[in-house]
Design a protein around this ligand. Structure first.
Ligand code: HEC
Ligand code: HEC
Length: 327
């Protein structure tokens, strides 16, 4: 499927790629050691969808990060990798992932290039041995040529992760009703969503203290009192601190309508149930964030908040041919 456009990439190798973002977004951070080019992005795009990156040719990045679900795993609480093996965490959206200062639910990976090694080698995900993977891809002439055109040192595990990361940095979603409202279209949000917006940004709803900035996350790690006993302890194994048990990364809320079920373990089915969780103040938990307390929202206010969350959906993002299955 991918071979035709790979051949054409050699010509485009030097074309510069600028990640376009609207005025209410900061510029996309691009690491100095992984400059963007059109050919690198296109190579990363091909790799993202290529099942040959997995140990048994059955799973691609896109198998769990599906464009129609804003690059999450549509409807699945946890994902299935090679040979039907199941992981323990919910596949997060990759919407605006280039802005994240921490990756993974426990925030343990600092940048995309390092993160990509995780799924490639994780036995429950793509289960590839790096040496064998590079050898396998080197046997494909089109990949050899495409890598050589983009990277002076050709095909390597590092360059593979660089190309995929360059593609991921292009996954910008900025055309939801909320964005149009931000850009001055007073009619973009329904009356219900507008009421929900006010609750979201009020001390009563208190969502904005954690879900802030253009992507509705401050990338901090918090305990939202999801349960009393966390089987996945989140940040704690990294810091070895008891008070970090149950702390997980605040997720972006962009396209959240499309990315259920919710939370790190996919344990909450609907957006309404997530809002009810916050409204209740959550489970008894010693590490609960001080912001977790019963909110006293009425039934109507819960509905308003849900309507606002749905106004963060950007269908032009999920249907953008630059991000979908490569030709
Ligand atoms: C088998 C399903 C599966 C496959 C295949 C997969 N992922 Fe993921 N991805 C996940 C899950 C589950 C998580 C959350 C893991 C965690 O937090 O420990 C995740 C997390 C991520 C994150 C972190 C996002 C954030 O905001 O923290 C990125 C980026 C990512 N994946 C990119 C990729 C790339 C690139 C590939 C291909 C090389 C890939 N994934 C393959 C399931 C998958
Ligand atoms: C104390 C910080 C904090 C506050 C306050 C907060 N959130 Fe969250 N939110 C988080 C964290 C952390 C998670 C992930 C928790 C987990 O997976 O265990 C989350 C998850 C979510 C999710 C699920 C997203 C996904 O992709 O799974 C939604 C929806 C959400 N929050 C909406 C809200 C709304 C609406 C409010 C206000 C009523 C709110 N949040 C208040 C920190 C917070």
């Amino acid at each position: 499927m991918v071979l035709g456009s790979l051949a054409g990439m050699v010509l485009a190798a030097s074309a510069v790629y600028v990640v376009k973002v609207p005025d209410h977004f900061p510029p996309m951070p691009i690491p100095a050691d992984n400059a963007m080019s059109a050919a690198k992005v296109e190579l990363g795009h091909q790799l993202f969808y290529d099942k040959r990156l997995s140990g048994d040719n059955s799973v691609a990045c896109a198998s769990c990060h599906k464009p129609e679900f804003a690059f999450s795993d549509g409807g699945k609480a946890v994902s299935t990798g090679v040979k039907g093996r199941r992981g323990t965490r919910n596949a997060p959206t990759l919407t605006d992932v280039g802005y994240r200062s921490r990756l993974f639910w426990e925030g343990g990976s600092p940048r995309l290039e390092a993160q990509a090694v995780g799924p490639l080698t994780n036995p429950n995900e793509m289960d590839s041995d790096p040496t064998k993977l590079v050898a396998r891809l080197k046997a494909i002439p089109q990949y050899r040529a495409a890598f050589a055109a983009v990277f002076p040192d050709g095909l390597s595990m590092l360059n593979l992760t660089k190309a995929i990361s360059a593609f991921e940095r292009t996954l910008v979603s900025s055309n939801s009703p909320w964005d149009r409202y931000r850009e001055g279209d007073q009619t973009a949000l329904s009356v219900v969503a507008l009421r929900g917006m006010k609750i979201f940004f009020s001390e009563k709803g208190d969502c904005f203290h954690c879900h802030q900035g253009q992507d509705f996350t401050d990338d901090s790690l918090r305990n939202t009192a999801l349960t009393t006993v966390y089987s996945d302890t989140g940040l704690a194994p990294i810091t070895s601190k008891d008070q970090d048990v149950g702390k997980f990364k605040v997720p972006t809320l962009r396209n959240v309508e499309l990315t259920g079920p919710y939370m790190h373990d996919g344990s909450i089915k609907t957006l309404r149930d997530v809002v009810e969780h916050y409204n209740s103040g959550g489970a008894a938990n010693l590490n609960a964030d001080p912001l977790m307390r019963p909110l006293g929202l009425s039934e109507a206010e819960v509905n308003d908040l849900v309507a606002f969350l749905k106004a963060l959906t950007d269908h032009s993002f999920t249907q953008d041919p630059r991000f979908g299955l490569p030709k």
